[in-house]
Design a protein around this ligand. Structure first.
Ligand code: ZN
Length: 113
């Protein structure tokens, strides 16, 4: 498995990256729900520790660096569809959501080696 563009994306905006990912086949969507990862296609929840994270993109907020967005390219282990999870870092983020983001980011770091 290859990790594409793991670094901070400074030259591309979030909509551009989402469009590119859509063209690469990330047609599905994932959501964070009750501290787990929810696949829109098969309507199943995943343990974020077990998620197949293929790529990660981070974006710093233009007006406020604390407003960071993160996009994960994930493949569902149940229905095998690839999709995106978009999340915004910030003070309004719930603890469950922050934990899922942390686990997904950790997962990516482990795969790098
Ligand atoms: Zn699925």
């Amino acid at each position: 498995m290859t990790i594409e563009n793991p670094e901070l994306s400074s030259d591309e905006s979030l909509p551009v990256v989402l469009q590119e990912m859509n063209e690469k086949g990330y047609k599905n969507s994932f959501y964070i729900h009750n501290s787990s990862l929810f696949c829109e296609k098969c309507k199943k929840s995943h343990d974020p520790k077990e998620a197949e994270v293929i790529e990660v993109h981070r974006f710093e907020g233009e007006s406020n660096p604390d407003d960071e967005s993160i996009v994960f390219g994930i493949q569902c282990k149940i229905c095998n569809s690839k999709g995106t999870l978009v999340s915004a870092f910030g003070p309004s983020m719930s603890q469950g959501e922050a934990e899922v983001i942390r686990l997904l980011s950790d997962h990516r770091d482990k795969n790098k080696n």
